[in-house]
Design a protein around this ligand. Structure first.
Ligand SMILES: C[S@@+](CC[C@H](N)C(=O)[O-])C[C@H]1O[C@@H](n2cnc3c(N)ncnc32)[C@H](O)[C@@H]1O
Length: 230
């Protein structure tokens, strides 16, 4: 399938690298990158059966995985599911590489770039779950357009999710929590579905506490954990 309108331009505003990589991170990157990295086709959709050597039962996507704590945990819990993670921050990608190496995970592919480039190249109704956990809140009004959760992104989520698929979002920024829920309320394809949980402040039990989340809680912020079913 060819689509000349696929976006080629990235929109990444945060930092791409901070401290130099540790030796074990550099080594894990060198060893694993050739088979873990995802190269995007320029003008077509990703051919999903080519991603993994064996057929996968489902495909889940995590956007902005940070240090990869959640992605690696889910990949270990669900070895028959393929995972595509997207993160432009090199130190985060290197941390995930170490986790992949230590846990011998074979079901993760990574794009080290803007998630929107990935989303645009995923076929319709191909994804079982999407995770957007603690995306940068961009609190200043003039920066709101940089937020990952926008009507256009949610339209793309609706396009790529299978019927019954889930969108999971979390934030510890009270204003962003309201923003996310306002946007989702306007997308009729999605319905809030917390499963066994009775409130959006209750943590999903199978999520590890990420360093980012831990820091926020220590600073007195109260996260919300949203789940919408298509
Ligand atoms: C606040 S951190 C949260 C990290 C992680 N999800 C967690 O909970 O620990 C937000 C992450 O989103 C990533 N990010 C920012 N812009 C992005 C983009 N356009 N595409 C994908 N990831 C992005 C950042 O590099 C950062 O790692």
């Amino acid at each position: 399938m060819t689509n000349t309108s696929l976006p080629q331009q990235r929109s990444v505003w945060g930092r791409r690298q901070s401290r130099p990589l540790k030796e074990n991170q550099r080594q894990a990157l060198a060893d694993l990158w050739p088979w873990v990295s995802l190269a995007l086709p320029e003008q077509s959709m990703i051919n999903l059966p080519d991603l993994f050597p064996l057929p996968m039962e489902d495909l889940w996507v995590e956007i902005g995985f940070g240090g990869g704590e959640h992605l690696a945990t889910q990949a270990a819990l669900h070895p028959t599911v393929g995972f595509v993670g997207c993160e432009p921050f090199v130190n985060g990608v290197a941390s995930l590489m170490v986790r992949i190496q230590e846990q011998s995970l074979r079901n993760i592919r990574i794009l080290k770039d803007d998630a929107r480039l990935l989303l645009a190249r995923l076929p319709d109704q191909s994804i079982g779950r999407i995770f957007v956990l603690f995306p940068d809140p961009w609190p200043k009004k003039r920066h709101h357009k940089r937020r990952m959760i926008q009507h256009a992104t949610v339209d793309t989520f609706a396009r790529i999710l299978k019927p019954g698929g889930f969108l999971h979002m979390a934030t510890d920024d009270a204003a962003y929590a309201v923003w996310m829920q306002d946007i989702m309320a306007q997308h009729r394809e999605f319905k809030l579905d917390l499963g066994e949980r009775t409130s959006i402040t209750e943590r999903p039990l199978d999520w590890p506490l990420t360093r980012y989340e831990q820091k926020g809680i220590a600073q007195g912020r109260a996260p919300v954990y949203l789940a919408y079913r298509k």
